[in-house]
Design a protein around this ligand. Structure first.
Ligand SMILES: [Ca+2]
Ligand SMILES: [Ca+2]
Ligand SMILES: [Ca+2]
Length: 301
């Protein structure tokens, strides 16, 4: 029997760009913000909270002339920039059969799940897989309920045949034993919060081919990873990406950064996912194939 084990290791990074603020300056000095008040403290903190405050502000409000704009009051132009990125990869070892979906409740054996787990719901795991992700908010006797289901345009239809719920956690992902008669998949969930006014982008790159020493699984080139063909690639749940094909086709992950999710808006916990897919042909050499992926999120300021 041919045994090909595929492992994917994913690394996450975090990028931020500076935001420009109004300021006062001279040749030698720059006063970005100042306060005239009767008390308070610019920054107070405890182990749990940070407070930025002042008291006694007077004449607050916005005013403008042809040349200037004034926002009077306690630092009205300042807010703490937020750029937060989390990703979680499919733990196929803990996947559980799903038998039905009603609203946000998935019928399954809930033994392996905890409240707060990120999960992927997989209809017909493999080549024709339909995926959605969510976070467990309650656990029943024979079901789990999630806060929302983010899909890639089609909600999974669960009939109990080849349907699963898998926990998304950690930074490595296994495609298990590859097959000449099926497509193996693994889901990478992503969540972004960004206060950047023009939104954010998540980009991906690999450290090389999906490989075992000199042997590689060919990067997908025809837009679809199909059973029986030696192909490896990924598809995003973001259906609107202008700078890459991950939104509309199974695409090769290269050593150059490519966008896998973007949104032109301020967002809180905006979720997307990437489904990595691999298939082999009878001529694929047995081995343990792997690559390292790097994900970067950047705010658009
Ligand atoms: Ca099914
Ligand atoms: Ca193909
Ligand atoms: Ca988009």
């Amino acid at each position: 029997m041919r045994t090909i084990v595929a492992v994917m290791v994913i690394a996450g990074f975090f990028g931020a760009a500076a935001q420009a603020f109004a300021q006062m300056d001279s040749t030698s000095y720059q006063i970005r913000w100042d306060t005239v008040g009767n008390g308070g403290d610019d920054v107070s903190s405890s182990s749990s909270y940070i407070l930025k405050d002042t008291t006694g502000s007077a004449g607050i409000g916005d005013s403008a002339s042809a040349s200037y704009e004034l926002g009077a009051g306690y630092r009205p132009g300042i807010s703490s920039d937020v750029l937060d990125f989390s990703f979680f990869s499919e733990d196929s070892a803990t996947s559980t059969a799903a038998t039905a979906l009603a609203g946000l409740t998935i019928d399954c054996d809930p033994t392996d799940f905890s409240i707060g787990d990120m999960i992927a719901l997989l209809q017909d795991r493999g080549e024709d897989q339909v995926t959605a992700i969510g976070q467990v908010v309650s656990i029943g006797i024979d079901s789990i309920t999630v806060d929302a289901l983010k899909d890639a345009g089609d909600m999974p239809a669960i009939d109990g045949s080849n349907d699963f719920v898998a926990i998304l956690e950690g930074e490595s992902s296994a495609l298990s034993t590859l097959s000449t008669s099926a497509v193996r998949t693994s889901v990478i969930g992503m969540s972004v919060s960004s206060s950047a006014p023009d939104g954010y982008a998540v980009q991906i790159l690999s450290d090389g081919d999906f490989r075992d020493v000199a042997e590689t699984v060919n990067p997908v080139a025809d837009g679809s990873v199909t059973a029986g063909s030696e192909e490896y690639g990924a598809r995003s749940s973001d259906s609107d990406i202008s700078s890459s094909t991950f939104d509309s086709a199974d695409s090769a992950i290269t050593t150059s950064f490519q966008t896998i999710a973007d949104l032109d808006a301020v967002v809180s916990n905006d979720r997307n996912f990437l489904v990595t897919k691999a298939a082999i042909s009878p001529s694929t050499v047995a081995g343990s194939y792997a690559q390292t992926l790097t994900l970067i999120v950047s705010g658009h300021y």
